[in-house]
Design a protein around this ligand. Structure first.
Ligand SMILES: CC(C)(COP(=O)(O)OP(=O)(O)OC[C@H]1O[C@@H](n2cnc3c(N)ncnc32)[C@H](O)[C@@H]1OP(=O)(O)O)[C@@H](O)C(=O)NCCC(=O)NCCS
Length: 163
């Protein structure tokens, strides 16, 4: 394992903990990302969400992770050009070769310093080995109450998802 200096992250999260998978991604909403009203395009935000969660899944598993499914996504607040989007992603639960990741998205206004929670989403990723074959990953270890709640709810979501 590389040293904290090498990764720039907090030292020594428990191996396979949810915290070890955590990703915080920060993006600036530029004109090319917006519609005619200056609001962030939903597709652009979904792209960022996919990337943040795919990195969390890859960080946990050490594998290339592909998106297998996307749960329902609601957009509660428009995000304006010039705002900063902060995406916080982590792995909620591993099933076998697949795992559920979640992301919380915030829109930050640089001038006022306010941060609004705009939406959250869950996606399922599958870890692939170098031959492109689905490969099992170790279970994630929830350490906080919130992580434990997400871990439990992820199983119910999987059962609903898979019918
Ligand atoms: C995801 C993918 C690897 C699954 O392959 P597969 O041949 O169905 O593999 P398996 O049947 O062995 O299933 C592997 C895992 O994927 C899960 N899975 C497959 N389809 C799924 C779906 N629609 N939703 C959630 N999980 C799914 C299975 O439950 C299994 O999970 P488990 O091992 O934790 O129980 C394959 O469908 C694929 O490569 N899809 C394209 C991925 C991609 O390109 N994504 C970007 C799209 S733009």
């Amino acid at each position: 394992m590389s040293s904290p200096e090498a990764t720039g992250r907090d030292p020594l999260p428990t191996r396979h903990s949810v915290r070890a998978s955590q990703v915080e991604m920060t993006e600036l909403v530029l004109p090319n990302d917006t519609n005619q009203l200056g609001n962030l395009l939903g597709g652009k935000l979904m792209h960022w969400m996919d990337i943040a969660m795919a990195i969390a899944a890859a960080r946990h598993s050490g594998l290339v992770c592909v998106t297998a499914s996307v749960d329902h996504i609601d957009f509660h607040h428009p995000v304006k050009q010039g705002q900063v989007v902060v995406l916080q992603a982590s792995v909620n639960r591993v099933f076998r070769t697949s795992m559920e990741a979640g992301v919380k998205v915030f829109a930050e206004d640089i001038r006022s310093g306010t941060r609004v929670h705009t939406n959250s989403a869950y996606m399922t990723f599958v870890g692939l080995n170098e031959e492109g074959v689905p490969t099992a990953s170790p279970q994630v270890i929830p350490e906080t109450e919130e992580e434990q709640r997400r871990f439990e709810q992820a199983l119910a979501r999987r059962q609903k998802r898979m019918g």
